[in-house]
Design a protein around this ligand. Structure first.
Ligand code: FAD
Length: 446
């Protein structure tokens, strides 16, 4: 039987193990996870901290159950420290001892680490990042014991905004600080402006275009580059992640221009016996063709399927990532799919864009909510490059339609043709996506 070793046991690692087992009852599968838990739901952690998910066990998966269900030999608290490609072995540390294990195929899904910048005066007892279960537990313990009244969130991406919601909902006075001009980089500045107004309406102190320079007062006072100061009992650092590439680079596997592991369409590194997936790999942006590092759960799961299929002699190429992403901020939904203004401009692609402000469904129906949808498209033939939504009810549905349209290589003319199902609680006879299509198509007529 083939012996397959997997490094990393969460988003990509646990998924690929399960997928391989579905295809192949005979393979010997061994999974190494340096942490204590496998197959947990990282995405649920902000909601546990906010109390929406009340029971910690709901986002954890029992290692024993996982091992039994998929018949995988799981080693937790086992860190793989080196790969010997010529011998086809790995070295790992467990219980303070170094061991080796041989493989036929090796799969790397080591993920990434949250960046914790070394800022003068930073006090680790009140400044946290959120990437692992121990990180989550530390924040939960601090919140319970110290009952913080004020919090600063540094970084206005997904994790920063999810933490903002979850801290604010517990009555904590929040400041959100971002070095750039806007929160949520996947959306363009005009869409982000709607989010900024919404954040301010909540009486959240939003500080943009300003960076954190130092802490004083035992880590309680944040000094910004502008000279402003912010007081915070608790600081969340959500300034980005760095892929774990050391194992791969020490084994002379190529690292791409984005700093993540280089792989081919079948997720193989340059050594055909070694695959890699998830946050640690570089993929191709399906729209612009540029190299990209995208840390989202969908790519990790799709890549797990590609690898398991390849091991089963089914050659299904990974098509690249369009980067569909979505976030809830209180009642607001913010989402993006495909390329945005910045990525199209950076790649020299000529495009047009249009946005409509509309209602989610029939205006006379009580649940009608405001909705903004945007499409970016090829200036000549109208092929859809990207879509963005900001709104409340029904925003996620419109984002899903636009991402399906991109995958299907539809044009803005096709958006007019979509028959999307209408009754007053859901839509209007012409769905907002149809109207967006009419408006965009009219921009291409001579
Ligand atoms: P991970 O799931 O991080 O797993 C990597 C594992 O490898 C880690 O457990 C690590 O301990 C282990 N490891 C690393 N090196 C070694 C080694 N040498 N030996 C043994 N083990 C090792 N994505 C979405 O699409 N939607 C969301 O809403 C969303 N929310 C998120 C919220 C949070 C708070 C976080 C942190 C992430 C969120 N993500 C979300 C991202 C998503 O969770 C990741 O993209 C996905 O988990 C990637 O899977 P992975 O296997 O690459 O990495």
């Amino acid at each position: 039987a083939q012996k397959i070793l997997i490094v990393g046991g969460v988003g990509g690692g646990a998924t690929v193990a399960a997928q391989i087992r579905r295809n192949n009852q005979d393979a010997v599968i061994m999974l190494f996870e340096k942490g204590e838990y496998v197959a947990f739901s990282n995405c649920g952690m902000p909601y546990y901290l906010g109390g929406t998910v009340q029971d910690r066990d709901q986002i954890l998966f029992s290692t024993e159950k996982f091992a039994e269900k998929y018949s995988v030999n799981v080693r937790t608290k086992a860190e793989v420290t080196a790969i010997q490609r010529n011998e086809k072995t790995v070295t790992y540390m467990a219980d303070g001892q170094e061991n080796t294990e041989n493989y036929d195929k090796l799969i790397l899904s080591p993920g990434a680490t949250a960046i914790m910048p070394s800022i003068p005066g930073l006090n680790k007892a009140r400044t946290f990042s959120l990437h692992t279960i121990p990180d989550m537990d530390k924040i939960a313990k601090y919140m319970q014991e110290q009952q913080p009244k004020t919090a600063a969130i540094v970084g206005g991406g997904f994790i920063g905004l999810e933490m903002l919601e979850n801290l604010y909902e517990q009555g904590i006075t929040c400041t959100l600080i971002d070095r750039s001009e806007q929160v949520m980089n996947p959306v363009d500045s005009d869409m982000a402006a709607l989010v900024h107004s919404y954040i301010k309406e909540k009486n959240i102190n939003l500080v943009l275009h300003d960076g954190l320079k130092k802490f004083t007062n035992d880590g309680r006072t944040l000094h910004l580059e502008s000279g402003k100061t912010v007081e915070a009992d608790l600081t969340i650092m959500a300034v980005g992640i760095k892929p774990h590439t050391q194992l791969a680079s020490n084994a002379d596997l190529s690292i791409g221009e984005t700093g993540a592991i280089k792989v081919n369409h079948f997720m193989q590194t340059e050594d055909p016996s070694i695959y890699a997936l998830g946050d640690a790999v570089e993929t191709t942006d399906e729209i612009t063709g540029a190299a990209k590092m995208i840390a989202l759960a969908w790519p990790a799961h799709r890549q797990a399927f590609i690898i398991a299929s390849h091991l089963n002699n089914e050659h299904i190429p990974y098509q690249g990532t369009i980067g569909s992403s979505i976030l809830r901020l209180f009642d607001m939904t913010i989402g993006a799919t495909g390329a945005n203004r910045n990525s199209l401009t950076a790649n020299g692609m000529s495009f047009k864009e249009t946005t409509i402000e509309t209602l989610s469904n029939a205006s006379y129906f009580p649940s009608a909510d405001k909705l903004w949808i945007k499409v970016l498209f090829d200036a000549k033939n109208g092929q859809i490059y990207g879509g963005q939504v900001v709104g409340y009810a029904g925003a996620d549905k419109r984002l899903a339609i636009l991402s399906t349209a991109i995958k299907g290589k539809l044009t803005v003319f096709d958006l007019q043709e979509l028959e999307l199902a209408y009754a007053p609680p859901y839509s209007s006879p012409k769905d907002p996506v149809n109207i967006l299509g009419y408006k965009a198509a009219s921009m291409l007529k001579k």
